[in-house]
Design a protein around this ligand. Structure first.
Ligand SMILES: [Zn+2]
Ligand SMILES: [Zn+2]
Length: 221
């Protein structure tokens, strides 16, 4: 797995090789020639070809490379149906933040179902719906590698913000408790921003949502 921080928001674009020469690209945030060049180098070095674009959710910082992924590879992004409105709002968000966003390609018709199994080459992923930061937020669980591609739900020592449209603090706490903290301690979380962490570390010490139920977000509810 490769993680490439991208764009003005330091969004983690995640690349997961499928073991058969393909690579699944999660939340493509590529926004400059430099970032596209870094992708090209990585693909060339490892002999990989992008095979799918999956979105944990459709906030601006996670979709900035969708135009290029379609132009270069003909790949349309796949997102949970409840985040289609978020995707449609991205150009407006770009205006508000004063960043440029190339026209977004149409989404794949197919969304994600909670609990759905995805197969790419030798990779198997389980999709879980984890709303709270965005209505259609999902995480992708890779049991074989004990890893979660987690988007903006749970960060090292922090959690996703809930003040954006469709955000809900109670839902976010519930998503973290019922989906992420149900995983074994050693599972690694690769979040949408910042360094990776482990389920056990956050369950024990995350100040916002922890396993004891004493986090700041949990006490509010
Ligand atoms: Zn987000
Ligand atoms: Zn983000």
């Amino acid at each position: 797995m490769f993680v490439q921080p991208c764009n003005a928001f330091s969004e983690n674009t995640v690349l997961l090789p499928d073991g058969e020469g393909g690579v699944v690209v999660f939340d493509p945030g590529f926004s400059s020639a430099q970032e596209w060049n870094a992708l090209d180098t990585l693909l060339a070095d490892h002999g990989l070809q992008p095979s799918a674009v999956l979105l944990t959710h459709a906030h601006l910082d996670h979709v900035m490379g969708c135009h290029g992924m379609f132009e270069r590879y003909g790949l349309r992004p796949r997102v949970h149906a409840l985040d289609r409105p978020t995707y449609d709002m991205a150009p407006r968000a770009a205006e508000l933040y004063g960043v440029s966003l190339d026209p977004l390609p149409e989404l794949q018709e197919q969304g994600f179902e909670d609990g759905e199994a995805l197969h790419f080459g030798t990779v198997e992923l389980t999709v879980r719906h984890t709303p709270g930061h965005a209505p259609g937020h999902v995480v992708f669980i890779d049991d074989r590698n004990a890893c979660v591609i987690g988007g903006d739900v749970l960060f090292q020592g922090s959690i996703g913000r809930t003040d954006l449209p469709g955000g809900d603090a109670g839902q976010l706490a519930h998503s973290i408790e019922s989906v992420l903290y149900a995983l074994p301690d050693h599972y690694k979380v690769v979040p949408g921003h910042g360094p990776a962490t482990a389920i056990g570390v956050e369950r024990a010490g995350n100040p916002f949502v922890n396993g004891a139920g004493t986090g700041m977000l949990q006490r509010q509810g």
